[in-house]
Design a protein around this ligand. Sequence first.
Ligand SMILES: CC(C)(COP(=O)(O)OP(=O)(O)OC[C@H]1O[C@@H](n2cnc3c(N)ncnc32)[C@H](O)[C@@H]1OP(=O)(O)O)[C@@H](O)C(=O)NCCC(=O)NCCS
Length: 179
Amino acid sequence: MSEQSWQIRPESTEDAPLVAALNEASFGPGRYAKSAYRLRDGVDPVAGLSFVAVENGELLGSIRFWPVAIGMEKSLLLGPLAVQCDQRGRGIGIALMKSGIEAARAQGHAGIVLVGDEPYYVRVGFARIAPGRIHFPGPVDPERILGLSLRQNVMLTLKGEVRRSRIDHPVCADGAAVG
Ligand SMILES: CC(C)(COP(=O)(O)OP(=O)(O)OC[C@H]1O[C@@H](n2cnc3c(N)ncnc32)[C@H](O)[C@@H]1OP(=O)(O)O)[C@@H](O)C(=O)NCCC(=O)NCCS
């Protein structure tokens, strides 16, 4: 087995354009129509939970988390998570998630939700949230709504609408910033 030569480190300000390009290449412009993006509109990612994978100065992968409110509870929304397409299958996606999950636990967050493929995210402990418990803005396949409790022996009891928990940059309906 070849030795691992990439590293995970916190995302820096200089990484932002590369992360944007990676997300554009991985998800395309259609990503803005997704429910999860409604929850990111005008909101900054949670500080301290954005990580990148790098090798020889090249950015290979990225993960960020967004703050959300679900019913009366605060939670984290995992994603976007993306790895350069020619670098997939090297364990980078799982390592990025493990770094993010560990940092989120250290920050004291109670849990994380996401919309994604259960067979992948089960590898870091996510499980399906019972259909009907939580509702995203817009259509989401209920079988893809997954959650992870960050507290030992405490189950996630989230229930209700998933909403933005704060707005950092108010935007108009057409996406323009409010001056
Ligand atoms: C999903 C993604 C982040 C995985 O990154 P990665 O670095 O290749 O993942 P890892 O190397 O850590 O894990 C690879 C393993 O997970 C499996 N896997 C990857 N995506 C999967 C999926 N959607 N469903 C089930 N298994 C998946 C692979 O088959 C591989 O299995 P193996 O270890 O048995 O060979 C990457 O494929 C990607 O960027 N995809 C495009 C963006 C995307 O879909 N992001 C997720 C949004 S919900």
